[in-house]
Design a protein around this ligand. Structure first.
Ligand code: 13P
Length: 250
């Protein structure tokens, strides 16, 4: 069975609830009856409920950009997977490079979050990717292998099916420098190859690996035509309904 592509909008720390609602109003008519791809909007925590209400019945799903690994507890300022589920979020981005860079998230923490997301039935979109210095010094493969092993540690094949991995080379995020389809494909092959070793051929074959980093309406179809690329995680170009609509319809 071919893998169903997943196109996700990561709005990062943009849009008030009213702006998020306005986006949905303008976006849904652009993707009516669009079934080829799974479409997910990931607003900030504070806009989740508004967006979830606004997409009801449309087939568009909603995810969070982060969560804590505990189900509940004394963790001031954090949001738990139970809370996300309770309001109807179905997906969660984990280990985004901005979380790694600015908030000290490590593969170990991301691994804990991934385990909780799986236990709670949330679809995790787990991010990996090298920084520029790592690519330029020929260490991309080593970094991707380390991150893939780290985030998947202790997870068994039987529970791994919902996992989505997003390859986001940090040098391509918000820079306008997209990885070429070939560069992205090569990275995806490295990740899929490692998943095959860790979790077996079946899991690797069904695993969706998204590409993220300066995806735009102009480059989406070239990226998506690669068999190794199973979707996109879109930042800047997902903030505008027309632009994200074009990407979804690559
Ligand atoms: P840009 O699409 O703005 O480069 O951001 C990519 C990203 O970080 C998505 O998670």
């Amino acid at each position: 069975m071919p893998r169903k592509p997943l196109i996700a909008a990561n709005w990062k720390m943009y849009k008030t609830p009213a702006q998020a609602q306005e986006f949905v109003k303008n976006f849904l008519p652009l993707v009516t009856n669009h079934e080829r791809d799974e479409v997910v909007l990931c607003p900030s925590f504070i806009s989740l409920s508004v967006v979830i209400a606004a997409v009801t019945g449309s087939g568009v799903a909603v995810g969070a950009q982060n969560m804590h690994f505990a189900e509940e507890g004394a963790y001031t300022g954090e949001t738990s997977p139970l809370m996300l589920k309770a309001i109807g979020a179905t997906h969660v981005i984990l280990g985004h490079s901005e979380r790694r860079q600015y908030f000290g998230e490590t593969d170990e923490i991301i691994n804990k979050k991934l385990k909780t997301a799986l236990q709670q039935g949330l679809v995790p979109i787990v991010c990996v990717g090298e920084v520029l210095a790592e690519r330029e010094s020929g260490r991309t493969e080593e970094v991707l292998l380390r991150q893939t092993r780290g985030v998947l540690a202790g997870i068994g094949a039987a529970e791994a099916a919902p996992i989505v991995i997003a390859y986001e080379p940090v040098w391509a995020i918000g820079t306008g420098k997209t990885a070429t389809p070939q560069i992205a494909s090569e990275a995806h092959e490295v990740i899929r190859g490692e998943v095959k070793k860790l979790l077996g051929g079946g899991v690797a074959e069904n695993l969706r690996i998204l590409y993220g980093g300066s995806v735009k309406p102009e480059n989406a179809s070239a990226l998506m035509s690669e068999t190794e690329i199973d979707g996109a995680l879109v930042g800047g170009a997902s903030l505008d309904p027309q632009s994200f609509g074009k990407i979804v319809k690559y």
